[in-house]
Write a protein that binds this ligand. Sequence first.
Ligand code: GDP
Length: 526
Amino acid sequence: MSLVEEIKKRRTFGIISHPDAGKTTLTEKLLLFGGAIQTAGAVKSNKIKDHARSDWMEIEKQRGISVATSVMGFDYRNKRINLLDTPGHKDFAEDTYRTLTAVDSVIMVIDCVKGVEEQTERLMEVCRMRQTPVLCFINKMDREGRDPFELLEEIEEKLGLRVHPLSWPINIGKNFKGVYSLYEKKLVLFEASRQKLSSEKIEISDIESPELEQYVGEKDAAQLREDVELINGVYEDFDKEEYLAGDIAPVFFGSAVNNFGVQELLDCFVDIAPEPIPRETELREIEPQDPKFSGFIFKIHANMDPKHRNRIAFMRVCSGKFERSKPYLHIRHDKKMKFSNTTAFMAQDKEIVDEAWPGDIIGLYDTGNLKIGDTLTEGEKGNYKGIPSFSPEMFREVVNKDAMKTKQLEKGLSQLMEEGLAQLFTFEMGSRKVVGVVGQLQFEVIQFRLKGEYGASCDFRPMNLYKACWISAENEKDMDAFIASKGRHIARDKDGKLVFMAESRAWLQMVQDNFPNIQFHFTSEF
Ligand code: GDP
């Protein structure tokens, strides 16, 4: 097949949700449709359970699971679907943000009982930054959830996302009878079953047809007609272009655990979801059809076998054709590199791949040359943009506990940061090292892994910091003056970018007022 045909075939997306909304369950059902797994229960949740907070082996085990299920490829209706898993635990949210840079669209799962939850709001912000198209799946309709109109309103309000229902539920909870697909103009009747693969669809192109009563009874038929009339009045015709521009999110209702509404979601996804989209480098926008290969690293998983210090770097292919063992330019090192050990992720089997196409995610075995954000090309020196770091929420100073192991500590810290486990800031004055994280659990994992993998011990000393702000100025003189005045509070991030370490919100505000020519940014991409 030609490059263009390969691109047209591919759909690369991620599923996001608040923990427990049903991401794992939905993933599993999608894989069943793709024939990638045969039985339910084959997909393990990557959830780090709360009891694991103090159980290191458990975290390690779960880390292993999340590697196996990080990327799942399967074929459905002649399309190659690449599904990227995102960690559910909020302490690893950065990992999710980075994964979202490697997808072309997302499916968002919302629990109909709980509605929009906090974590979903933050993930949506990241989608919005990149105008990623979103499809919503409102899950658990077999439970006594909230009114569907109310849920839609909440999505619009809390997520700042315009919605457009493409299916509509008939009742909810124990009276849930199914959905009417506004997209396919078919009635799909609900039957609670964890085993069945798909539901029978009944063609009812005209909702006024008396046939409707036969299936759902008079009362529910009347309610459905009323609802649909309201929907038609409130929402304009569904416009795929608006969805692709990230302006409108189609909404489906269903019950993942009962495998209900999932096929309709998948069918619509295959119809409308974007194929691999162009991406920006520092030099230009690169089309996937560009015949020259390029790709970037968005995730690194290290030390899966403690005896060998090997890692898998996850690369998104952005343009052209990737060929195994062909030398490609590693822009940061400015040298050509060959990768002979490359894997694809088809469901849960890893297999060697010889070639990969735009939209594909492949694993490159590496001994420490690659880090998150690295770009590989056939020669052009433009790095892909847009792997953002956000200001961490908690900061602690690293205190070396074993002076004999200083080298190991530095190496370990630097490698774990390359993996994206946390962010490291080094103060310009005194070279104090500060680790910034989103959640407490990350500190614990760092300590544990430094000890286990590098033989280094450290403590974390609490620090009173509010935010790390990346700073910039149009005029170098302004920056010099700022540094001269606030030098004690200035650090560098892992890439050497200047960061202002603000101690409190009020103080940050004051400094911002006093230095109007300095721009303060809460993400590293600006
Ligand atoms: P995740 O944390 O988002 O991956 O959520 P899971 O897929 O692990 O689901 C969380 C819980 O919700 C599990 O106990 C599932 O069995 C349950 N669940 C998932 N889908 C449904 C559904 O449609 N109806 C009901 N009643 N429970 C569901």
